[in-house]
Design a binder for this molecule. Sequence first.
Ligand SMILES: [Zn+2]
Length: 423
Amino acid sequence: MGSIKGIFATAQREPFEGIVYWDDSTKIITSVEEQTTGTSTYSFSQYCLIFAGFIDRHTHGRAYPLPDDATQEEKSTLEKHLAKNDYRSLSEAAVTGGITRMGCVTNCPVQATTQELYDAFVALINEESLIPALPYAMIAPGSKPFGNYPNKWMWTSVGGEEVPDEEVPGILAPYAGHYVCAHPEALGPLKELSHHIEYEDKRGHPTQEKATEILLKAQKDTGFTLDLFHVTRDSQIKRIIDAQIQGQRDIHAEACIHHLLLDRSARKNKNLKYREFLFMNPTLQPADEKATLTLSLGYPLQYVSSDDAGHTLEDKANKAAGITGTHAMGPAAAHLIQAHTVPVDIIAQAFAQNPGQFWERFTGEKTGRIEPGYKANFTVLNMNKPLLMTDEFYTPKCGWNPWHGFKFAGRVEATIVDGDRLV
Ligand SMILES: [Zn+2]
């Protein structure tokens, strides 16, 4: 029998001291005891908070399955992608950040648009990753759902096809009754804003507002479950709440750590070594236009993710959007608690419990709660040890750490995956 002793943080109650036991063969929690006498497999100090294992459901792996008869050109394209990350390096970054399960968006040159390709991704990921991972099925013009998978519509972001906004509801129509995750940036406003010089202005607020409006309407008309990825702005949050008040229940929404912890001014912050490369889609917002983002964690923003996307510095100099971040997830959670006074139970919801429900919906596996019947996955944060993030502390495979210079108010003490301590 395995066990972990210390202070547990859950979404249900105030943090409590105790020991949690699990079965060594199934790695499933068998009991939660509020006493601390006796030894345990793992034991953590009073400065640590033990959460159910965090899940980063939004990462972008770069590896993809190639057909046996792939051309030399196709092979060399894959090599270039593998230089940025692969599922082994992505999972190493994830466990560094306290992550015990991850979701992988497959917006690669080969995408999971059929059952056969989806299965090929599953095989590839399972072979390489240190932790269980769930690929997304991709939505493209003319595609149809082919199983109980999270489906991802990339819209205008890299990897997606450029289609007029008014065609989007038709593309999503076959997904009635299914789970649709969507990147909320619309093409029309992007074209209208393209004359701007600054990256943030080129991808200004109309792109996200228009996309959110179209997606919420399509959800209502078609009846799929909508999961809005990386919500960044107050105006989007208001639209989501309004739709839910009007009775649209099947709406989920996510925030990403860079949008929570950074605003547009980060790109001029001299403490941040790679400030000029801190752009992504959707990109950093002005502080006063995202004032309710952190306050909306829990509801309506149920999930926090990293949107980890590895690009080399050369790619960034060529305007590739996206940064890595799964290695910063745990530190970000500690920072939200310490520096932004986000309640501990909300962190337990947004980093573990809610993404755990998302995970269970597609895999059948229970994780994300500290209760009998759930997997022995734990993320332990040390709330008393700030972390100045640097390239030396952790360098993702793409060669640089976008968080270099950011001082997190806490750090990951341990990552326990299926009863085994990986960090
Ligand atoms: Zn993404």
